[in-house]
Design a protein around this ligand. Structure first.
Ligand SMILES: [Zn+2]
Length: 121
């Protein structure tokens, strides 16, 4: 039974690592740090170091593997979030940084073609 749960633990650690891939891929490939907090990932990295050091000390292979996954993922995310701080892909660009859309058509001729109704005072 312990063997089956140990195997389940390794599968869980592998799934935890796979779950990080889309986020890391987007961060590195798109150079987009939207929604990623450096403070939060700094804390997760610190927590991973502390928990993994205990896992190593007691020799729990599943938790050492999970810790290694967490250490690798949080280190990568923290490094690239720092490198690409303030950088966003087109789909995550904040509205405040988006280019202003201008309607460049001559308003004078538009008004001549479509006069406004007279205003009643
Ligand atoms: Zn993005």
């Amino acid at each position: 039974m312990a063997r089956a749960t140990e195997l389940a633990g390794f599968v869980g650690a592998a799934l935890a690592g796979l779950a990080y891939i889309p986020q890391i891929w987007h961060l590195i490939h798109e150079r987009c740090s939207a929604g990623l907090s450096r403070l939060a990932f700094s804390l997760w990295l610190t927590a991973s170091i502390l928990v993994t050091s205990h896992a190593v000390a007691i020799g729990e292979a599943v938790f050492v593997a999970l810790g290694a996954v967490q250490l690798a993922a949080t280190t990568l995310i923290l490094a690239y979030t720092t490198r690409y701080a303030g950088s966003y892909c087109a789909s995550h660009l904040p509205a405040s940084l988006a280019p202003v859309v201008r309607l460049d058509y001559p308003t004078a001729s538009l008004e001549a073609d479509h006069p406004l109704p007279p205003t009643v005072a």
